[in-house]
Design a protein around this ligand. Structure first.
Ligand SMILES: O=P(O)(O)OC[C@H]1O[C@H](O)[C@H](O)[C@@H](O)[C@@H]1O
Length: 542
């Protein structure tokens, strides 16, 4: 199946409106939706017809989706540029499975680490683990960036109704403003610093960890400062060099990618916040989605369909972005989390074999929770000249029974937005509206034109009962597999991230120039001029 065939078919559909599709098929909502792992995914408000679905499914078949999926789950080294297996799914697998990497079953190791995390979190939460001064630890600061921050930060916020453990804070940016703001108000004697870094070399994280150590040393004796640290990393050599005792180090293997790592040690801050049992429930939700992804066929397979809808919009229709719009304030960090997951995975221009990609790469992903977004950027979504496929999410229930009336309003807004995007408002409807308001003649025409909504804009809606740990696990796993499938359709490696390297290298090279230790000569004219301006404006240069 070629992309040309899909594009050709799409061109035959441009005159068909979404509302026509519903009129032609009263069972459309049921046929263009699926249920899995407690989630309901509605993709009926997209321009797909049965033929388009069949073509997309053939495209996925021809791309070898099922075989690649099985290779991932069984531990083949599908991350070819780093020669690594891709086994984040093992972090949530049951003990009955066996997955071998280089001949060794990796499941027992994962479960040992999980048991150690559980024990550590339980004893920390109960106050059994004491700070060296004899008091309880009251605050945990997770220092990490990218995949070592976004997952636990997003999930801790998402599951705040379940937060009954220590206070948990997150520091990621090398901008000292963040760590200064977080540490202000904390008591070093009661604070545990968790350095979360897969590589344990990331400059931002190691700089912030050093700052935290200096801060601790103001109040804590140097001999025991190490007891205020724990490390979440796959680089055990570096954690030892840093002086963090082995029993405070929670390791993971190189087959867990940073942006796929919240299910294991990187999720320890979340486990401390919500407790090991709820953390397990989150893993169970993800596991249910894994099983569904591996066993469901065709249009019943939710991650597959989410990916095919995404592929249709980006690669077939050519829409450059997609918006993720959770009607759930506690999912405020989900768009940022998905930005890393999707854009770092599929924002690539080279296929697996190193040749240029013959399709556009993954889309720009962005979003904000509703209803806030409605009062900010939905104007463009409804009336702008670009089409932005929207991915709505909403729970049937909130966590605040006393505020059920507010939840109702939230749901009404979510449904209303996808409805408005689909139906729009025609010029004649806008004219009638303006006539009713007393306008006539040219002025009526002018005013009516501004009130037209083209409609026919695609969206999907993910519905869940309530944002529980299990549901969150299922949602995140759904998106992980969606990214995987889109990567397979594009023929690229979703599991490396070479595109982040160059900027890092240049930042290292620029530091001595900013410090005044090296000359700016040899740099490009713009960078040189910017350094001059920063210097004049009073940068940190001596
Ligand atoms: O966990 P770390 O090794 O500190 O890496 C943190 C992050 O930085 C890297 O530059 C990558 O872009 C991310 O994929 C990664 O999650």
């Amino acid at each position: 199946m070629s992309i040309e065939k899909l594009i050709e078919h799409q061109s035959t559909l441009t005159a068909t409106r979404l509302t026509d599709l519903f009129e032609a098929d009263p069972s459309r909502a049921g046929r263009y939706s699926s249920q899995a792992a407690g989630l309901y995914f509605d993709w009926s408000k997209t321009g797909l017809d049965d033929q388009a679905v069949d073509l997309l499914l053939s495209f996925a078949d021809d791309a070898g989706m099922a075989a690649r999926r099985d290779q991932m789950f069984q531990g083949d080294k599908i991350n070819v540029t780093e020669d690594r297996a891709v086994l984040h799914t093992v972090l949530r697998a049951g003990s009955e499975v066996e997955v071998r990497v280089d001949g060794e079953d990796v499941i027992p190791g994962v479960h040992d680490t999980l048991a150690r995390m559980r024990d550590f979190a339980t004893r920390l939460r109960s106050g059994q683990i004491r700070a060296p001064g004899g008091g309880r630890y009251r605050d945990v600061v997770n220092i990490g960036i990218g995949g070592s921050d976004l997952g636990p930060a997003m999930a801790t916020r998402a599951l705040s109704p379940y937060h009954d453990g220590l206070r948990v804070h997150f520091v990621s940016n090398v901008d000292g403003a963040q760590i200064a703001d977080v540490l202000r108000g904390l008591n070093p004697a009661e604070t545990l610093i968790m350095v979360a870094s897969k590589t344990f070399t990331t400059i931002e994280t190691m700089t912030n960890a050093a700052t935290a150590r200096d801060w601790l040393l103001r109040d804590v004796h140097a001999d025991v400062v190490g007891l205020h640290f724990a490390a979440l990393s796959s680089n055990l050599e570096k954690t030892a060099e840093w002086g963090i005792a082995a029993e405070r180090v929670f390791g993971f293997e190189d087959w867990v990618g940073g942006r796929y790592s919240m299910w294991g040690p990187i999720g320890l801050s979340l486990m401390i916040a919500i407790g090991p049992d709820r953390f397990d429930q989150m893993l169970a939700g993800a596991r249910a989605m894994d099983q569904h992804f591996q066993t469901s066929e065709g249009r019943a397979n939710m991650p597959l369909m989410l990916a095919l809808v995404g592929f249709w919009h980006r690669q077939v229709c050519g829409y450059p972005t997609r918006a993720v719009l959770p009607y759930e304030q506690r999912l405020a960090r989900l768009p940022a989390y998905l930005q890393q997951l999707e854009m770092e995975s599929n924002g690539k221009r080279v296929a697996l074999d190193g040749t240029a990609l013959d399709l556009p790469s993954g889309p720009v992903v962005w979003g904000e929770p509703g209803t806030n977004g409605q009062h900010a950027f939905y104007q463009l979504i409804h009336q702008g000249t670009d089409i932005i496929p929207c991915e709505f999410m909403v729970g049937a229930e909130g966590h605040e029974p006393d505020l059920a009336h507010q939840h109702l309003l939230l749901v009404a807004n979510c449904l209303a937005q996808s409805q408005a995007l689909m139906t729009g408002r025609s010029l004649s409807e806008a004219r009638t509206l303006m006539q009713e308001k007393g306008f006539e003649g040219d002025e009526l025409e002018r005013q009516a034109a501004h009130r037209v909504f083209p409609g026919n804009r695609p969206s999907t809606t993910l519905v869940y009962p309530k944002l529980t740990p299990e549901v969150l696990g299922a949602i995140v796993a759904l998106y992980e597999h969606r990214v995987f499938v889109e990567g397979v359709l594009l023929g690229l490696n979703s599991f490396d991230q070479w595109g982040v390297e160059l900027g890092k290298e240049l930042a290292v090279a620029l530091s001595p120039v900013l410090q005044g230790d090296e000359a700016a000569e040899g740099l490009d004219g713009s960078t040189r001029a910017l350094i001059d301006v920063l210097d004049k404006f009073g940068s940190t240069r001596d």
